[in-house]
Design a protein around this ligand. Structure first.
Ligand code: ZN
Length: 69
């Protein structure tokens, strides 16, 4: 029985060993970017709420970086 360190993704709450992943502590680059966007949104006090299309260009990169295994 190997030691595990499962935590919920900070964005979508899906539990897994994200600290072992390059995207950790998030389940994917997409959630990582969403979190980054939240921080930037607070810092710069953007009045416009973040929408999924703000990350559309990053999702294209995500397809390349976010390999399943
Ligand atoms: Zn997630």
């Amino acid at each position: 029985m190997k030691p595990t360190c499962e935590i919920p993704c900070a964005i979508c709450g899906k539990p897994s060993e994200y600290f072992a992943e390059p995207t950790g502590p998030f389940c994917s680059n997409r959630c990582k970017l969403i979190d980054l966007g939240k921080w930037l949104g607070e810092e710069y006090r953007v009045s416009e709420p973040l929408r999924p299309d703000h990350f559309a260009e990053f999702e294209e990169l995500g397809g390349e970086l976010d390999r399943p295994e």
